[in-house]
Structure formats: structure tokens, C-alpha cells
Write a protein that binds this ligand. Structure first.
Ligand SMILES: [Zn+2]
Length: 271
């Protein structure tokens, strides 16, 4: 599943290649994504100039002057830039042709992605309005996390994966950040002290920032690649390593289920 770093890398690639270009046309081959692609999208987009690509949580926001195209990659989506006229694959559901002979193409085999339109301020769209702060921005800090977790008996891992508390911390990065902060994933969120909140916020930021930097090196392959853009192999501390030795102390990494997701942690390094 594309997590926040992949989405941010995609945003950077799209922004670098498409900002300032004029939209020639739009082609919808299969409108049945998580929500239907609006039928009037070609009419809304034809002739508009792409002003910017922003990101909120894992939503990509393409500002077109008269409104915003909201894109989400869902479980299996990817966006690529290709020469217009490149024959589509069965999973290529949406193309946006530009005035320079290129197009942006959405491939989404599982069709949990989204292509939506919002004519007002995108931050007020129902999907975005109640989201918590961005993990890499300043309003997500130790004091905020401390306040947000008081009185909560839910586990700290489920808390940091809750989009109302902080957005974009998916399963991989929650596991990794908790290991790096020395915090057990099943610890009740309300028991986290302020110094441990400081540590956790710093590690969430560092884990995501490192993944984005790593993905940045694949940015030049963004155009005309057959593969998925911005997906990169990483060296994980605990994620996906159940039963293997901890890279810090050698104890076997434990694997448990929390809220339908796998958690991985070291019983000696994380308290
Ligand atoms: Zn360990």
C-alpha cells in the first residue's frame, strides 16, 4: 500500500513535471474506483492550467484555478507520466493529457483509489476537513501528542495510526518509529510521559523524512518508467521481521495483532 513517503514522492514528481502545463483532455476508462469518478471531469478540466500539486495526508491536491482535483492511490494505485497515446493496460483507469504531448496516468488494479473534484477550498472537503495535523509540520509536536493522548486507554500504536490524531503514519512507519523511540506498541497511550512523547514525535518525523529522502533518489525515473514511481526498498528495524533477531540487541522480534494490523517489536528494547 502506498504510504505517506510514496505519496509525497509522487507529489514531487508530478509537481516537477506538470506544474504550469495546460490540460488538453481527460479520459475515464473505468469510473468505478472507491467513489465514482465525476462524469463532468473532462468539462471541468479541459483548458485549465495546473497551478500546483499539494498534499494533505495521503491525498494529492491538484489546483486548477476553478477547483481542485483530489487524487488518492488507495491500496494499489500509482500515477505515472507517459507520452500521450501510450496503449493502456487493463488497470489504467484514468488519463489526463497535457499540452506538451505527455499524460498523467492512474493505474489501480484494486480500485480503492479515488479521483474527485472539489470546487471550493480543498481543505473543507468532507474527506479532509476532520483530519489531524501533518506529521512533518510544526503543529504536530510533543505537547500536542501529550494532550491528544491524555485519558486514552487505546494503545499508542493505534493512536498514532489514527488520522484524527496525526495523519499519514501507516503501519510500517508506526512500527519503525515506536522501535526507534523505545516504546512498546501496546502501551496505553494515556501512560506516555511528555519526554517519551518528545522522543516519539522526533522518531515519527525522522522515520518519514528518511523514507522520503530515500525515495527522492528514484525521482529521475518518474517519467516513462514501466514500474511504480517512488516505491523503494528499505532496511527496517522491526517491520516484517517477526522471529528474526533484533538489530540492536539480538532478541527475537515479536509479532502481535493490534486492530487487524500486525505489530512488530522487541521486548527488550521497547518498554
Ligand atoms: Zn532489541
Amino acid at each position: 500500500m502506498p504510504e505517506l513517503p510514496e505519496v509525497e514522492i509522487t507529489r514531487r514528481g508530478l509537481a516537477a513535471h506538470l506544474t504550469g502545463l495546460k490540460i488538453k483532455d481527460v479520459s475515464i476508462r473505468n469510473a468505478n474506483l472507491r467513489w465514482p469518478i465525476p462524469k463532468n471531469l473532462p468539462k471541468l478540466l479541459r483548458g485549465r492550467t495546473i497551478a500546483s500539486f499539494k498534499r494533505r495526508a495521503k491525498y494529492l491536491l491538484m489546483d486548477c484555478g476553478n477547483g481542485t482535483l483530489i487524487l488518492h492511490l488507495g491500496m494499489s494505485g500509482s500515477l505515472r507520466i507517459l507520452p500521450a497515446g501510450t496503449p493502456p493496460d487493463i488497470h489504467d483507469h484514468f488519463d489526463m493529457m497535457l499540452n506538451n504531448g505527455l499524460m498523467m496516468r492512474l493505474r489501480d488494479p484494486r480500485r480503492f483509489g479515488a479521483v474527485l473534484w472539489h470546487s471550493g477550498d480543498a481543505r473543507n472537503h468532507p474527506l479532509l476537513a476532520s483530519l489531524g495535523p501533518e506529521p512533518l509540520e510544526n503543529d504536530f509536536d510533543a505537547r500536542y501528542l501529550y494532550q491528544a493522548t491524555r485519558g486514552r486507554s487505546i494503545s499508542i500504536k493505534q493512536c498514532i495510526m489514527d488520522n484524527h490524531i496525526v495523519v499519514g503514519v501507516g503501519n510500517i512507519y508506526a512500527n519503525e518509529a515506536l522501535f526507534r523511540a523505545g516504546i512498546k506498541p501496546q502501551l496505553a497511550a494515556g501512560k506516555l510521559s511528555l519526554p517519551r512523547c518528545t522522543k516519539l514525535v522526533a522518531e515519527i518525523r525522522a522515520t518519514l523524512a528518511e523514507a522520503i529522502n530515500l525515495g527522492g533518489s528514484s525521482l529521475r525515473d518518474f517519467v516513462n518508467t514501466a514500474g511504480k514511481p517512488g516505491y523503494f526498498q528499505q532496511h527496517y528495524w522491526v517491520y516484517g521481521r517477526g522471529g528474526e533477531p533484533c538489530r540492536r540487541c539480538g532478541s527475537p522480534i515479536k509479532q502481535i495483532r493490534q486492530g487487524q494490523r500486525s505489530s512488530f517489536y522487541c521486548g527488550s528494547c521497547q518498554k
